[in-house]
Design a protein around this ligand. Structure first.
Ligand code: 17E
Ligand code: FE2
Length: 410
């Protein structure tokens, strides 16, 4: 074997040894006797499948302050700032920032990433750059690219054509932003169009849906109905859905039945949406994060994303998925032991389901050897302390190591 990891603690609590060989997980057993080129003593620390970043915008990452800072903190000012910044995009600019961000993510245990690429800009520079990046990094991190019409599919006459072109160029998923279209009708039409394109070109769907505090923003029901009618269910994702937190309970209750039936995926981005939403409120001030706990209780697949690392919408961000899970625990009030465990699943296995990774993801014998070691003894401990990811194994190779901070009292 190439690697033997002694005394690992799985997320389930089970204590095992893990053997890696030829890029695959060769064995997981209470005690392995086989020989290995390298034996690493894990000492009872948590060994987990890698983190999945199911929602980020790598094209705008690391541009915060360019050409100016977002003063209102709103989605809309963010879109305006980005509209200026994207005039000066070059392939080199996008690729450098995207790869720098992917490295930041990978060193903190992320090996699967779904990024949005703004395709409402005539040169399609962001999309072309991220498609290139997907290829450049594929030996150590998996990237999916969503063609995302930031300014609206019907915001300018050429945008629909740019979307179609992006899919032909190789985008993995069709995106949308119905709540930002000029009219409700355009919003509905944009969702229908996304489904048509996804079916025509056999792509996934991930729609920025109802990212607003308006309780009348009801495109989620349109996405869900399309998912039911098309049968695409598990290949469909509704991102953000923050208006769901503002719907009245009578409507939300009815909607929940449809959502369970539609079998689609949800992505909440609690770090950004706790800051972006509620900006028109005084007090009480809304939290603006979708109904994560209730969706989870219904058995709906929910994953969590960072959304941004230092961009016009969110000037913070670390790439650390444990920050995201910690914020979800707080904002969604998921402090029960099973709820904290669920939030850990939302940055690992649930994210893999959202990305439709299928059999290639998971800590099981025969699967690709992608796994991480944390300086923690459980998922709960990892989230509470935002524990250091000490080892990242990607495709059977040790990709990166980090030493936990050392404290010395005098
Ligand atoms: N664009 C958008 O419409 N919403 C967001 N949260 C970000 C970009 C980050
Ligand atoms: Fe987003």
């Amino acid at each position: 074997m190439d690697f033997m990891l002694r005394e690992c603690r799985l997320p389930s609590g089970e204590a095992v040894d893990i053997g890696l060989e030829h890029g695959l997980i060769k064995a997981i057993e209470p005690r392995l006797e086989a020989k290995a080129d390298q034996v690493i003593s894990i000492g009872g620390k948590l060994v987990s499948p890698p983190f999945v970043e199911s929602h980020i915008h790598l094209d705008s990452a690391l541009t915060a302050g360019q050409p100016r800072w977002n003063q209102s903190g709103t989605l809309f000012e963010g879109i305006e700032i980005w509209r200026d910044r994207k005039q000066s995009l070059t392939l080199k600019d996008v690729k450098e920032r995207a790869i720098a961000t992917l490295k930041l993510q990978a060193q903190q245990g992320v090996l699967f990433v779904r990024t949005h690429a703004d395709v409402s800009e005539t040169s399609l520079t962001a999309l072309k750059a991220l498609l290139e990046v997907r290829d450049i990094v594929k030996d150590w991190i998996t990237v999916q690219v969503v063609a995302f019409p930031q300014d609206g599919l019907y915001g300018s006459p050429g945008n629909l054509e740019l979307m179609t072109e992006s899919i032909k160029l190789g985008a993995d998923a069709v995106g949308g932003i119905p709540h930002y279209e000029m009219t409700r009708e355009d919003g509905v039409q944009s969702v229908h169009r996304a489904f048509e394109l996804a079916q025509q070109y056999d792509r996934l769907i991930d729609i920025h849906c109802d990212e607003i505090d308006d309780d009348q923003s009801r495109f989620l029901e349109v996405v869900a109905a399309c998912a039911v009618r098309s049968g695409l269910g598990s290949r469909v994702t509704a991102s953000h859905t923050t208006a769901f937190a503002s719907y009245n309970n009578a409507y939300a209750f009815k909607l929940m039945g449809l959502l369970a039936r539609a079998n689609l995926n949800f992505i909440a981005n609690p770090l950004i949406n706790i800051t972006l939403q509620g900006r028109t409120d005084t007090y009480p001030k809304r939290r603006g994060v979708t109904r994560v706990k209730e969706l989870w209780q219904q058995g709906v697949n929910v994953s969590l994303g960072h959304d941004c690392v230092q961009d016009p919408w969110y000037n913070l961000g670390t790439g650390n998925m444990l920050d995201v899970a910690s914020m979800a625990v707080h904002v969604c009030q998921m402090t029960g032991q099973d709820e904290i465990a669920a939030c850990y699943a939302m940055i690992t296995t649930n994210g893999a389901k959202t990305l439709a990774l299928g059999e290639s993801y998971g800590l099981e014998v025969g699967k690709p050897a992608n796994l991480i070691v944390l300086d923690a003894d459980s998922p709960y401990d990892a989230i509470r302390r935002r524990a250091t990811v000490t080892h990242v194994f990607s495709r059977g190779k040790l990709l990166v190591q980090t030493k936990p901070a050392e404290v010395t009292w005098e």
